[in-house]
Write a protein that binds this ligand. Structure first.
Ligand SMILES: [Zn+2]
Length: 233
């Protein structure tokens, strides 16, 4: 979805004069609430996957990509609160909501023994053209929010997206995996040597994009790689 930067600025400026609404249910927010109302915070469909080594996200990668741990914060459904939140973050420029969601993601896993040795966060990159159109990378915003609650490093643009992934619906499975692996490039491996890297994305469905990242990182000596997303479909 293409957004003209001038229109985007006007929308953001307009937002200053509109009543604040909850990113999960559109209810008006009370002063002490951030981007989500207390009802939505209480009802967040948490997966509680982080301490389960056989959770659904881990199973997606089993036999395909060697991971230390994998988890997702919330269950995704096409009609529910999580779908509304992710849509607002991607298409309505609700960056505050992304930061709050990121912070809650970190609070959920930072004490878990399976993730406590993570020492650097790495957002899944967007293609530069797509990031320019949107004005930001939503995964980077999740990482920024996570670091408000969890003092670990951020590798920011350490991983680069090199090709636009073409429509994948007509390709066979093997082509598709080859395609995602070639979509990422790691310009400098040194900062990741011997570290436990947590790759962060907004949503995991087939796991193909994340697997592309993992395959590229696997070349780094001594690295351990884990995966964490805001939601899993
Ligand atoms: Zn709400």
């Amino acid at each position: 979805m293409k957004t003209n930067p001038i229109i985007r600025s006007l929308v953001e400026l307009g937002g200053l004069f509109l009543p604040r609404v909850c990113g999960g249910c559109d209810r008006g927010l009370r002063q002490f609430e951030e981007s989500l109302c207390s009802h939505c915070v209480a009802d967040l469909p948490r997966t509680r996957f982080h301490d389960d080594p056989r959770n659904r996200v881990e199973e997606l990668f089993r036999g395909k990509a060697q991971l230390a741990s994998a988890s997702a914060f919330l269950h995704f459904s096409r009609t529910g609160m999580v779908q509304r939140m992710l849509h607002r973050i991607k298409y309505h420029h609700d960056q505050q909501l992304a930061l709050e969601l990121g912070r809650r993601m970190a609070e959920d896993i930072k004490e878990s023994p399976r993730f406590s040795s993570v020492d650097v966060l790495l957002p899944v990159p967007l293609h530069p053209r797509k990031e320019r159109m949107r004005g930001y990378n939503q995964s980077q915003l999740l990482v920024d929010g996570m670091r408000q609650a969890w003092p670990v490093d951020d590798l920011g643009r350490g991983l680069v997206r090199v090709v636009r992934t073409p429509s994948q619906t007509k390709r066979n499975r093997l082509d598709r995996w080859q395609n995602v692996k070639e979509a990422f490039h790691l310009p400098d491996a040194a900062p990741l040597k011997d570290r436990h890297v947590l790759i962060v994305d907004d949503v995991v469905t087939t796991g193909a994009t994340l697997e592309g990242c993992v395959l590229v990182l696997r070349e780094v000596p001594g690295i351990r790689v884990s995966v964490y997303t805001a939601a899993c479909a």
